[in-house]
Design a protein around this ligand. Structure first.
Ligand SMILES: [Zn+2]
Length: 116
């Protein structure tokens, strides 16, 4: 029998709070990754809203740093590499860029990247 004096209900509330926190962290990391990818793609294509997307990315990163400083420190080092990988020269195409993919589809269903 357990010697834990915490009631089953209190234990469940604590567990639920931990699950909510973990979900929030996962959502923030996912949102940051998607926004950073979009910002890099829009920069690569010199689109006007690239700056707005970058500002949004910084806002999400600020929330992450405030609420989950340890996770922020853990992930921060990888972000620069991910962003560099997501960008491409404006006259080139990238197989991982959703805008390049949309352009290729619009040109007739060819999904392969076209070298500039
Ligand atoms: Zn592209």
């Amino acid at each position: 029998m357990s010697t834990n004096k915490q009631s089953p209900i209190t234990g469940r509330v604590v567990a639920l709070a931990e699950v909510k926190q973990r979900r929030r962290l996962e959502n923030l990391i996912y949102t940051r990754r998607r926004v950073a990818q979009l910002a890099a793609e829009h920069r690569s294509h010199r689109l006007d809203d690239a700056v707005e997307l970058y500002v949004l990315q910084l806002e999400v990163e600020t929330v992450l740093a405030d609420e989950f400083p340890d996770a922020f420190d853990t992930h921060f080092a990888d972000w620069a590499d991910e962003e560099a990988a997501a960008e491409h020269h404006p006259e080139a195409t990238s197989p991982t860029c959703s805008i390049c993919e949309a352009i290729a589809k619009n040109r007739g269903g060819d999904h392969s990247p076209h070298a500039a």
